[in-house]
Design a protein around this ligand. Structure first.
Ligand code: ZN
Length: 89
């Protein structure tokens, strides 16, 4: 079980999106391939995370990380049911 960094609800890891911090930016790691410190979050909680500075807390940063790429990813991802198929494209 993993805990969403925003709403603290415990979920099966497959229900949550793994995000990692790389070069001061938060990136989606949907296939859990990137070796880096990660956090788990609901896709629907991402906007709230940005609003509340949840990524800054999760990664123990003094400044809010860049979330541009993550927000673009969330925007483009059709829904979580299709996430598994994305690697085929
Ligand atoms: Zn959540």
């Amino acid at each position: 079980m993993r805990t969403c960094i925003v709403c603290r609800k415990r979920e099966n890891p497959n229900s949550l999106l793994r995000v990692i911090l790389k070069d001061g930016a938060v990136l989606a790691d949907p296939f859990k391939r990137i070796q880096s410190r990660g956090a788990s979050i609901h896709r629907t909680c991402v906007q709230m995370a940005v609003h509340r500075g949840a990524f800054r807390n999760a990664f123990k940063l003094s400044n809010s990380p860049d979330t541009t790429a993550l927000l673009a990813y969330i925007d483009e991802e059709p829904n979580e049911m299709d996430a598994k198929d994305m690697k085929l494209k």
